[in-house]
Design a protein around this ligand. Structure first.
Ligand code: UD2
Ligand code: MN
Length: 573
């Protein structure tokens, strides 16, 4: 790993003022990259809307690389400079014993200075960038439940030590009803030495979403900056975020999230050009920008990256804008899904999410949540995601449910709560469709609305399924006949318009019935050309010639051609 950059090592001041190279240089240099650029050019890929914040009078200065920890008093301490730390083998038992307190190496974390230095991992050009002198101030909000003492402190110190004081309005610690005693009086006492730190205690466990809302409600800064409670903010992390909001208040910038190892606590670099994405069924992931996109937009590693979905934990947002967007859906519980909600909302309702490579924050990624969920973890997350899907996904919500979440459609199985306000909000904000989002924000996502479509060919009879006078029949295959066209949907329906192929009554027959997403008996499992009713996977749909080409369910036989069904076209998923 790199040593702190020259710029940082020289800029050893604590008040930020000395480093402030005031300049009125309004030349062709970009505030972001320092490279020659037309002044109003948005970063690569930015669909340049007329910039709402026109030319302002304020000057620019070189981004402040202040860092009071860069010449640490304890240079030989464990984990100093973000390096890997090790424990002697006779301490292994202790490490294991304390692991579950945070699901990372808590024992080691406690040995590392709470204000350790970490390497300045920014791309070279970042330290030369210009930002405006009159950036908005921010409230930094940390929510936590039973966070480990040393990581919570290190998070707070990293903000205090590496943020320009005049931009840091306050640090708000929202205690989401922690059970640990050290997070009560001892925490109050420790933090009382920092006038900027405020602690809010929630009276019952709210979950991180409502805890963030509680923090935002009392925040005094113009910008809200949310962080997880086990992070280390790197040199110069704050100004590049605020600069983006200064340029356009609808921008929601996120730092690059670097990795603090859960095992040895080392600070690790991550790959360039990474952005947050989702896969079905709304699972967050990272994916590199496509190479062609980088080339086409002439991007360098320090340019902001358009980000379809934020990871969730670390971002800045204009406070007023946050509330204009309706903040978070307060009906989301405990953990999970809120990053999808706010991401779809931001993009679809006129904003933008960006990853800012000149802003970097380390985060301990843990294998498990170290705290308890008041209700079942999986059910909590599923419920949150179903709320998001219902409000934001339009016709694409079937794809979400289709990926193993059919049971969530049954309101008797899961109560996802009232959505009226969220739906109203979307209308009020005149937000765009999910289709627009996919096409414009995340075009490399494949999201076919059906799994398969076209004719339904029976291999034994060599004829195709057709609807004739609202009942099922078989005809010579003919693509031009609409009556022979069916969709195999994410609901696993074999469907023509509103009608679904379904078993009839209690007997053996089959008929067309009105489709209904909730009814499991209308769903077909389709694999290796077999069609089996969901829930009855050992019996397959058979075309029975004896009784006038009727359909029956029979035990599946791998070689029976009359049980083999094929759609004309299958979509890649
Ligand atoms: C990621 C996000 C996290 C959040 C989550 C999905 C990053 C780095 N982290 O998971 O911020 O968006 O995805 O919801 O992007 N907390 C509470 N009350 C609770 C549960 C958690 O205050 O009931 C706190 C917790 O102490 C932590 C923060 O919320 O500071 C995020 O929780 P996490 O670290 O367990 O989430 P993570 O990083 O796995
Ligand atoms: Mn976290």
């Amino acid at each position: 790993s790199k040593l702190p950059s020259k710029d940082v090592r020289e800029g050893l001041n604590t008040n930020g003022e000395k480093n402030l190279t005031k300049t009125n240089d309004k030349s062709e240099r970009s505030a972001l990259t320092g490279r020659p650029k037309p002044p109003n050019k948005l970063p690569a890929g930015g669909e340049s809307k007329a910039n709402s914040t026109a030319v302002r009078k304020a000057g620019l200065h070189k981004v402040l690389s202040l860092d009071v920890t860069v010449a640490p008093r304890d240079a030989n301490a464990v984990g100093q400079f973000g390096q890997a730390a090790f424990v002697a083998s006779n301490e292994d038992a202790e490490v294991r014993k304390r692991w579950d307190e945070g699901h990372f190496n808590v024992y080691l974390s406690d040995k590392i200075p709470v204000d350790r230095a970490i390497p300045d991992t920014r791309p070279e050009t970042c330290a030369q960038n210009l930002v405006h002198d009159d950036l908005p101030s921010t409230s930094v909000i940390f929510c936590f439940v039973d966070e480990v003492w040393s990581t919570l402190l290190r998070s707070v110190h990293s903000v205090l030590n590496r943020s320009p004081p005049h931009l840091l309005k306050e640090i708000i610690l929202v205690d989401d009803f922690s059970t640990k005693d050290y997070l009560k009086e001892p925490l109050d006492k420790y933090m009382s030495q920092f006038p900027k730190v405020r602690i809010i205690r929630l009276k019952e466990r709210q979950g991180l979403i409502r805890a963030r809302l509680a923090g935002a409600a009392v925040a005094k800064g113009e910008v809200l900056t949310f962080l997880d409670s086990h992070v280390e903010c790197n040199v110069g992390w704050l100004e590049p975020l605020l600069e983006r909001i200064y340029q356009d208040r609808r921008k929601v910038p996120c730092p690059v999230i670097e990795v603090i190892s859960d095992k040895d606590m080392s600070y690790m670099l991550v790959d360039n050009f990474q952005r947050g994405i989702f896969k079905w069924p709304l699972v967050f992931g990272w994916s590199a920008l496509p190479d062609e996109y980088i080339k086409k937009n002439n991007m360098t590693i320090s340019d902001p990256i358009r980000c379809p979905v934020m990871a969730g934990g670390l971002f800045s947002i204009d406070k007023k804008y946050f509330y204009e967007l309706g903040a978070y859906d307060p009906g989301l519980d405990v953990w999970g899904g809120e990053n999808m909600e706010i991401s779809f909302k931001i993009w679809m309702c006129g904003g933008e999410i960006e990853i800012i490579p000149c802003s970097r924050v380390g985060h301990i990624f843990r294998g498990q949540n170290p705290y308890k969920f008041p209700k079942d973890r999986q059910k909590t997350v599923e419920r949150n995601l179903a709320r998001v899907a219902e409000v934001w996904l339009d016709e694409y919500k079937d794809i979400f449910y289709g990926h193993g979440y059919h049971h969530l459609l049954n309101k008797k199985v899961i109560d996802i709560g009232n959505l009226t306000e969220q739906i109203e909000l979307r209308k009020k904000l005149k937000c765009k469709s999910f289709r627009w989002y996919l096409e414009n924000v995340y075009p490399d996502m494949v999201a076919p609305l059906v799994k398969a479509e076209g004719l339904v060919f029976n291999r034994g009879l060599r004829k195709c399924l057709a609807v004739e006078k609202s009942s099922l029949s078989f005809e010579i295959c003919d693509l031009s006949k609409q009556s022979q066209h069916f969709n195999y949907t994410w609901m696993r329906h074999i469907r023509q318009q509103d009608l679904c192929v379904a078993p009839q009554g209690s007997g053996n027959g089959f008929a067309l019935r009105l489709c209904d997403n909730v009814k499991p008996e209308l769903r077909w499992f389709h694999k290796s050309s077999n069609l089996a009713l969901v829930g009855r996977l050992r019996v397959c749909l058979l075309l029975c010639l004896l009784s006038f080409d009727t359909l029956r369910l029979n035990p599946c036989e791998p070689t029976n051609a009359f049980q083999k069904w094929q759609f004309t076209h299958y979509h890649a998923q």
